[in-house]
Design a protein around this ligand. Sequence first.
Ligand SMILES: NC(=O)c1ccc[n+]([C@@H]2O[C@H](COP(=O)([O-])OP(=O)(O)OC[C@H]3O[C@@H](n4cnc5c(N)ncnc54)[C@H](OP(=O)(O)O)[C@@H]3O)[C@@H](O)[C@H]2O)c1
Length: 182
Amino acid sequence: MNITVIGRGRLGGGLAGLWRTAGHHVTELGRQGGDASAADVIVVAVPGPAIGEALDGVAGLAGQVTIDATNVYGPRATDHLSLSHQIKSVVGGPTAKAFSTNFAALYGEVAAQRTRPDNLYAADLGAREAAERLSLDAGYDPLYIGDLDPGARILEDGSKLTRAIAAQIGPHFYRYASPGRL
Ligand SMILES: NC(=O)c1ccc[n+]([C@@H]2O[C@H](COP(=O)([O-])OP(=O)(O)OC[C@H]3O[C@@H](n4cnc5c(N)ncnc54)[C@H](OP(=O)(O)O)[C@@H]3O)[C@@H](O)[C@H]2O)c1
């Protein structure tokens, strides 16, 4: 896939490295912006309050499949139902929220785990295939929690649980199991 990652910090830069290793062509855009017109998939990995400014600086956003990996810390900076909905209102394509419940600090350790960690995601139908492919190619098992509406908001509100667990055990993986899956 031809992927443009907007935000090249811990999360965006980390995923870009994993996806290159898996054979994808990845362009990372930072604060200076750039052109995403060649992208099959857009990935947004900037701080929540910077989403508007970051997308304003990128040309060629025109209905591509989009993966939103952002999280909410503190008060919401948008009137949209979720940050994913804010991003979708600009890019216009089918959108998924994914990677927001995993820790970039552990990307280097994913492949060494006994079982693949899960990656919770919510998505429009048209973004499911990309979210699943890119989860697998980063070393995670994708775990669908439902449509973008209201799944993205559920994931964003759930980041408080992720942080509460991290306060006890630090950056962590997780894996949900029906009987027989563990
Ligand atoms: N780190 C994690 O483990 C983790 C996990 C889940 C979700 N997230 C979410 O992922 C997002 C990124 O987190 P991060 O940890 O990768 O942050 P980070 O390391 O601080 O990187 C932030 C990136 O966003 C860019 N940026 C900041 N302000 C911008 C602006 N106004 N316009 C355009 N680009 C801007 C920066 O550009 P420059 O490179 O040019 O400075 C940088 O590439 C956040 O929403 C965070 O909540 C992070």
